[in-house]
Ligand binder design. Structure first.
Ligand SMILES: [Fe+2]
Length: 216
C-alpha cells in the first residue's frame, strides 16, 4: 500500500503489477500471487478508487515458458496475449530472439524486460530491430532512463529512445528504499526531453494495449 501511495502521488492511475517467476528462485504459486493481488486491489480500491490495478508477471526465460504461459494465464499480462520475459544479462541473441519468436508464433506478444541490461543488446542495439520485425516488444526501466543506474546507462537509453526502439517503460519497483518507483520523475524527464506525445505513448497508450492484449 505504501508503494501504491507513492505511485499515486506520482500521477500513476493504472498499473500492471509483475511479480517475478523464476525457476529455482521465485516460484510462488500463482494461486497465492492471485490471492494476495486481489487482497491488495480491494484495499487499494478503497483508498484510491480511480487507480486501476492489473496482474501480470515478469517471467524469467526458460525452455518451458511457452507451455507454462499457455497452461496458466496468470503468467501473462492481465491474462491476455502479452508476456513479459526477463533474460539474464549474458544470454545470447539466439536465445533471446529464439524464445521470443517461439512465443510470437504461439500467438503471444513477448515483451523483453529491461532490455538495457541484456549485454548483446547493449553491444548491438540492432537486435531490437530484429525483435520488432517479427512483433516482439522492448521495455526499459525508469531508473535507467533518468540516470539512477549510472551515466553510461542513461546515455545508452537516450540512444534507444532517440532511435524509437523502445515500446514500454517500467518502474521495476521492488520496495520503498533500495528500489522505489521513480516513474513520476521519469515521466517528467521524458516529457521534457522527448515531448508530450512520445511520453504518453510509452507511459499510457502502449501499456493500455498490454492490458487489452492488443498489438501496438
Ligand atoms: Fe527483472
Amino acid at each position: 500500500m505504501a508503494m501504491l501511495k507513492n505511485a499515486y502521488k506520482d500521477g500513476v492511475r493504472g498499473m500492471i503489477m509483475t511479480p517475478h517467476f523464476r525457476k529455482g528462485m521465485f516460484e510462488t504459486d500463482r494461486d497465492t500471487v492471485e490471492r494476495q493481488f486481489l487482497k491488495l486491489r480491494e484495499a487499494a480500491g478503497e483508498a484510491w478508487p480511480d487507480l486501476v490495478l492489473r496482474l501480470g508477471c515478469e517471467f524469467h526465460a526458460n525452455l518451458d515458458m511457452p507451455e507454462m504461459v499457455t497452461e496458466d494465464a496468470r503468467y501473462r499480462m492481465n491474462g491476455g496475449r502479452c508476456v513479459l520475459v526477463e533474460f539474464s544479462g549474458g544470454d545470447p541473441v539466439r536465445m533471446i530472439s529464439g524464445l521470443c519468436r517461439e512465443l510470437r508464433s504461439g500467438g503471444y506478444l513477448p515483451i523483453v524486460a529491461h532490455a538495457e541490461r541484456c549485454g548483446v543488446i547493449v553491444k548491438n542495439p540492432e537486435v531490437i530491430d530484429e525483435l520488432h520485425e517479427f512483433g516482439a516488444y522492448v521495455q526499459i526501466n525508469a531508473d535507467s532512463i533518468i540516470g539512477k543506474d549510472g551515466w553510461g546507462m542513461k546515455r545508452f537509453c537516450a540512444k534507444l529512445l532517440r532511435t524509437d526502439r523502445i515500446d514500454f517503460v517500467g518502474s521495476d519497483a521492488h520496495n520503498l528504499k533500495s528500489r522505489p518507483s521513480r516513474i513520476g520523475e521519469c515521466a517528467e524527464f521524458l516529457r521534457k526531453n522527448y515531448g508530450e506525445s512520445y511520453a504518453r505513448d510509452l507511459l499510457i497508450r502502449n501499456p493500455i494495449c498490454i492490458a487489452r492484449g492488443e498489438e501496438l
